[in-house]
Design a protein around this ligand. Structure first.
Ligand code: SF4
Ligand code: SF4
Length: 488
């Protein structure tokens, strides 16, 4: 980052606004910057600026991905997808398969966040936070440090193989591979004890599934971020294809101010501030193309390849500073604003409000779910074949299968009883007190008997009551069912 050219306008002006030297500098490299046609590796130039800094900050949030598996909470891994135990641990919370409905709400929430952000500010997710573009940004930064700037890299690529080229390439690929390995191990560490996993990888004692996950991630990271780069955005990412349906004329996206920039043309000689020649402000230096990680020319309008990272804005602002013209020839703006209309407050847009409403409902549902996770999950199935049995003493018997999952970290003793039908007799295999092992599901077979004279209707509503015995935290749960007798 330290070697990136700082093109902040103030600094450039300090060197001499609009001097011939500054203009020559602008055009010196222009010949190297051309639009991506898909046939070669894009070597984007790295230029400092507001949006470059923002991209670094946003990408830095991904460092938490590498750190979180090592965080401990109440004696265990804070975030753990325990697949064999069918549990998801998130700090003090434990989510069970029975609570999986919350996962669908989480997916809806994420989708609405993405749609809402896209409706307001286009593909900023892609430009600043998507793991593909962030990892690619890290990889190309390393490439820049090791092999030099884009022009030097192209020369190196074209040069014959020698000791210098081999050393640089080996060093670069070794570091890329190291990042890919750490990325893969980290992903696997969310599914098992992170420290133990490292030990088992190092001692070659990891299970086969861990090796498969690692291999998939190493391959994906190394190939996608190191080689395919922006081609993933062009050819593999479905989001690039569906983004247009979420954007409208109010969406703020990096836009070239055509009315101000055209007709574009190269400048010659010294330019004074306020110079208004017949030409527009675009000096046709191609720097906006040179810095673009996807190699598009923003001057040709919004394109599928644009990930809205704002790098072209930083670049163009630097050029405008050098030639003494106002900045923001390329800027984040909407079509409406560009055509002179007033930008509505972002909330006053039906599609944003719709996304926000669904988002709020999803958050409410998740909050409710998380605060109402029962300590024991119960399901009761009434035996259907037969619905009831008439016993030799004339009584009617119904059979039930109760499935109980103890979601607490401790074993529980529960006493089972019946409410709602006077005189009904409960029998449970193993007794009325059942032991629920921590984190386990157990089936309980229960039988109810009643004399026909006790039944006032064919279907009598009953309630199974489960109360904890001996545990400090009193647990009392009821679950409704039905007692079926002969037709009345
Ligand atoms: S838009 Fe700006 S960076 Fe792009 S060619 Fe014109 S002057 Fe250069
Ligand atoms: S055109 Fe500009 S905003 Fe779009 S991807 Fe290229 S540099 Fe980023």
């Amino acid at each position: 980052m330290t070697q990136e050219k700082d093109t902040a306008q103030d600094e450039v002006r300090a060197k001499g606004e609009g001097t011939e030297q500054a203009i020559e500098e602008i055009y010196a490299d222009a010949v190297h910057w051309h639009v991506n046609t898909g046939g070669e590796t894009i070597h984007a130039m790295r230029i400092g600026g507001r949006f470059r800094r923002l991209k670094w900050y946003a990408g830095a949030l991904w460092l938490s991905y590498f750190l979180l598996p090592y965080v401990r909470w109440e004696g265990q891994q804070a975030i753990l997808f325990d697949v064999p135990g069918r549990q998801f641990h998130f700090f003090s919370l434990t989510i069970w398969p029975q609570d999986i409905w919350m996962l669908s709400l989480v997916l809806i929430l994420l989708a609405m966040t993405l749609f809402g952000v896209t409706a307001v500010a286009g593909r900023v997710w892609c430009g600043y936070f998507c793991f593909q573009t962030v990892w690619t940004d890290w990889f190309t930064w390393l490439e820049d440090k090791i092999e030099g700037n884009p022009i030097q890299r192209r020369k190196l690529d074209a040069a014959p193989w020698g000791a210098h080229k081999i050393t640089l390439k080996l060093f670069k690929h070794a570091i890329w591979m190291l990042i890919a390995v750490v990325t893969g191990v980290t992903f696997a560490a969310y599914f098992t004890d992170a420290f133990d996993l490292w030990y088992r990888y190092i001692t070659l004692d990891a299970p086969m599934v861990a090796w498969v996950v690692l291999a998939a991630f190493v391959f994906g990271t190394y190939v996608f971020a190191g080689f395919m780069r922006e081609q993933v955005c062009f050819w593999l990412c479905p989001y690039a294809r569906i983004q247009s349906v979420m954007m409208d004329k109010d969406t703020i996206v990096p836009t070239y101010d055509e009315a101000r920039g055209e007709p574009r043309g190269k400048v010659k000689g010294k330019i004074e501030r306020g110079d208004t020649t017949a030409r527009g402000d675009c000096v046709d230096c191609h720097l906006c193309v040179g810095v673009c990680p996807t190699g598009v020319d923003i001057r040709e309008g919004l394109q599928e390849g644009c990930i809205m990272c704002g790098m072209c804005i930083d670049a163009c602002n630097g050029v405008m500073g050098k030639v003494g013209r106002p900045g923001d020839l390329i800027r984040y703006t909407s079509r409406k604003e560009l055509s002179g209309e007033r930008l509505p407050y972002w909330l006053k847009r039906p599609r944003v409000l719709t996304y926000l409403t669904i988002f709020t409902l999803a958050v409410s549902g998740i909050t409710y779910g998380l605060t109402h996770i029962p300590p024991v999950e119960l399901s009761i199935v009434h035996e259907r074949q037969p619905l009831y049995l008439q016993m030799s003493d004339g009584s009617i018997q119904n059979k039930y299968t109760i499935k109980a999952v103890n979601k607490t970290p401790d074993d529980l003793h529960l006493r089972v009883s019946i409410e709602g039908l006077d005189g009904v007799e409960l029998r449970i295999d193993g007794g009325h007190e059942v032991l629920l092992r921590a984190g386990k599901l157990i089936p309980i077979h229960a039988y109810l008997r009643a004399m026909p004279t006790q039944l006032s209707e064919e279907n009598s509503k009953i309630r199974f009551v489960f109360e904890s015995v001996g545990s400090p935290d009193k647990i009392s749960l009821t679950k409704g069912s039905v007692f079926i007798g002969p037709k009345k």
